[in-house]
Design a protein around this ligand. Structure first.
Ligand code: MN
Ligand code: FE
Length: 391
């Protein structure tokens, strides 16, 4: 995907090609547009398909209760949806026996125990905040079916992530009320959550998306949830848990966090794509002042995140350097900003945790279902990730 496309969009006009084959990659047969995707052939009434295509917008488009994604306009959203589906996993089949034994012995240092507790405490709240905000603020305002479809899949994945935390809490026999109460008292967590949810009650009450100011609020919410929170504020603690996992400790939790992190990379990609398409269709959003507002919002998110990182790891521990985690925050913030054509905030150009990218990438090669019960695996649901194969 092009990364700097948001900088200049000359027009909000929509092309409605007169040539249906160019529009859908379809061939015309009388009144039908016929197109073949993978193994399947679809016949759509040509005029209805054309009208449906013309009504598709990120916001303020035609709404259809049927959520019919065809004909596809936003191909990248559908590709991300397919990727998300191919990465499907289930928390409760992950074996926690070893984690449980380690948790109840002296296998972990006090610093490592604290990080695991912070991981459970923070993400128990954070996954719910993301799911709730995507549902009520983002998905609800999208109008094109394939965008809603991808967004709904994200909401389902946030539920899986919440479920994975319950699996951890239940397996380790952690007192859930104690964990929640403890974490409500940690200022850096409270501040992080309050910062992200600051405008959500107002946005949930409804926006007038014909007005530039409300379109900007909507764009900022997508940016805040997917680029600042999921894309920046999730990663340092993920990296700490996976550093512990790398030392062969709490490997069940580590595995779940690997799968979660892999899911988050799709949520970040979807958020970026939604923003790109939204701005392409509504260039009035992307003023210099608004771009500055987004960068300032990220800067605030980075400050709060660094405070949180210091709470998680007050000093270096075995295999973990505080300085590297702080650099990782800068590195992630900057790559989210750069991917949207926005100016970066720091001088950190190198990823301090190349091993982490490798871990996530390797896990992408390995399918969750290969070594597990596969009764609900259907043919084509797992191996194929491309839009062509899967429709
Ligand atoms: Mn999540
Ligand atoms: Fe997410």
């Amino acid at each position: 995907m092009s990364t700097a496309v948001l900088e200049s969009y000359p027009t909000a006009e929509f092309d409605i090609p007169s040539d249906i084959s160019a529009e859908f990659g379809a061939r015309e047969e009388g009144n039908h547009a016929v197109f073949t995707i993978g193994q399947k052939t679809f016949r759509l009434d040509k005029e209805k398909a054309r009208a449906r295509m013309a009504g598709k917008r990120v916001i303020n488009g035609e709404r259809s209760a049927e959520l019919n994604v065809l004909p596809l306009k936003y191909h990248e959203a559908y590709r991300i949806y397919k990727q998300m589906k191919a990465n499907h996993w289930e928390p409760d089949v992950i074996d926690m026996t070893k984690d449980c034994n380690q948790w109840n012995s002296d296998a972990l240092s006090p610093k490592e125990r604290w990080i695991v507790e912070m991981g459970v405490g923070y993400f128990s709240a954070a996954e719910g905040i993301v799911g709730d905000s995507v549902l009520h603020v983002i998905e609800d305002n999208l109008t094109a079916a394939e965008l809603k479809h991808a967004s709904l899949r994200q909401i389902a994945e946030e539920s899986i992530h919440m479920d994975s935390l319950l699996h951890i809490i239940g397996s380790l026999n952690i007192d859930i009320d104690e964990v929640t109460a403890k974490f409500q008292d940690i200022p850096s967590i409270r501040k992080k959550n309050a910062f992200i949810t600051r405008h959500m009650p107002e946005l949930k009450r409804g926006m007038d998306l014909t007005q530039t100011v409300d379109k900007q609020k909507f764009a900022k919410a997508i940016f805040g949830i997917t680029q600042v929170m999921e894309g920046t504020q999730f990663y340092a603690l993920f990296a700490m848990i996976l550093s512990i996992h790398r030392q062969n400790k709490m490997t069940g939790i580590g595995q779940m966090f690997q799968y979660t992190l892999r899911d988050e990379s799709n949520h970040i990609a979807l958020g970026r794509y939604l923003l790109e398409q939204l701005v392409k269709e509504n260039p009035d959003i992307w003023t210099p002042e608004f771009r500055e507002e987004l960068v300032a919002f990220m800067a605030e998110g980075v400050e709060l995140e660094k405070e949180f990182v210091r709470d998680c790891l007050p000093e270096d521990a075995v295999g973990m350097s505080l300085g590297e985690f702080l650099s990782y925050v800068d590195y992630n913030a900057d790559r989210r900003l750069a991917s949207l054509g926005l100016p970066t905030l720091s001088n950190v150009k190198e990823n301090p945790f190349l091993w982490l990218d490798e871990v996530i990438f390797l896990k992408k090669e390995k399918n969750f279902f290969e070594t597990r019960v596969t009764e609900y695996q259907t043919s084509g649901s797992v191996q194929n990730a491309s839009e062509d194969d899967l429709i």
